[in-house]
Design a protein around this ligand. Structure first.
Ligand code: FMN
Ligand code: SF4
Ligand code: SF4
Length: 254
């Protein structure tokens, strides 16, 4: 089994490709959080994987919430790995995952860094199409190497230092809002893994509650109406072109 957290599809893409190669099931942590599904049996599986984006050099807060509730049965002898997708480089995720798993009596065979397009457009810009294509092609070549390492059970990076922090803290989604382009379609509320987007009487989204800052709402809004303060106006959005939004994420709007 491979668990993945994703906002813009990079980690989903990696997890689904790995699952296909290892004959495993890819499970969306976002969908699990939304549906309250925390019990998984991995008896007979050869591998136990975790794929997630790098958030400020560590694991997303949403992954922490999931680990707090996860009830895993059937662990014994699986090759256990992490794959961290990032815009530039991974950070303390290997150490964080090592620690989280150790606390649960689960071994760790290491992690692999996968550089993919950077979705944190609060600070950066999505590159033009040709550069994006080249980045995705490079990521595909790296992913092939990662898959070969996992299948041959070749250990990845094992960082046993005390991690700087296990998870990026959850924040109140203060800067996120919808501008005048919002068509009131409801998609952002339906896909937020934290369920922290409600709707006002007119159906417009209202951000309320703990946000993991994944930026799924911002990148996936069909009208590009979701903004982070004034930092993202007129900037291109990004969704990995090779993944479909998991049906389980398009749940009924809250
Ligand atoms: C809140 C936030 C923090 C991020 N921090 C980092 C970082 O510290 N280093 C980095 O290389 N990329 C960082 N990124 C970029 C993502 O890790 C990268 O684009 C990732 O592949 C997105 O995965 P996803 O498409 O599965 O959501 C950050 C993105 C977000 C939204
Ligand atoms: S996804 Fe965009 S258009 Fe749809 S409700 Fe949310 S902000 Fe409005
Ligand atoms: S409000 Fe947006 S950024 Fe925050 S957790 Fe939900 S989808 Fe992610």
């Amino acid at each position: 089994m491979i668990f993945y957290f994703t906002a813009t599809g990079n980690s989903q893409y990696a997890a689904e490709k790995i699952a296909e190669a290892t004959g495993d099931r890819a499970v969306s942590i976002g969908a699990a959080l939304r549906s309250g599904s925390y019990e998984y049996d991995i008896t007979g599986d050869g591998y136990l994987g975790f794929a997630a984006p790098t958030f400020a050099g560590t694991l997303p807060g949403a992954v922490g919430l999931f680990f707090d509730k996860l009830k895993l049965t059937g662990y014994g002898g699986q090759f256990v790995y992490g794959v961290f997708t990032c815009g530039a480089s991974d950070g303390f995720e290997s150490a964080a995952l090592y620690t989280v798993l150790k606390d649960r009596g689960i071994g760790f065979d290491g992690s692999y860094e996968l550089v993919m397009p950077d979705n944190f457009i609060v600070w950066s810009d999505i590159p033009p199409k040709e550069r994006l294509g080249a980045m995705l092609a490079r990521a595909d070549r790296r992913l092939d190497e990662i898959i070969a390492a996992i299948k041959s059970k070749t250990p990845g990076k094992i960082d046993a230092r005390a991690p700087r922090q296990l998870y990026m803290p959850l924040t109140v989604a203060g800067a996120l809002h919808a501008d005048g382009k919002c068509t009131v379609c409801g998609l952002c509320a339906a896909i937020c893994p934290m369920g922290c987007i409600g709707r006002d009487d007119g159906g417009r989204p209202v951000w309320d509650g703990s946000c993991t800052m994944c930026l799924a709402c911002l990148h996936r809004c069909p009208a590009a109406a979701v903004q982070h303060g004034r930092d993202t106006q007129n900037k291109a959005r990004y969704v990995n072109p090779n993944v479909k939004l998991a049906a389980s994420l398009i749940a009924a709007s809250p």
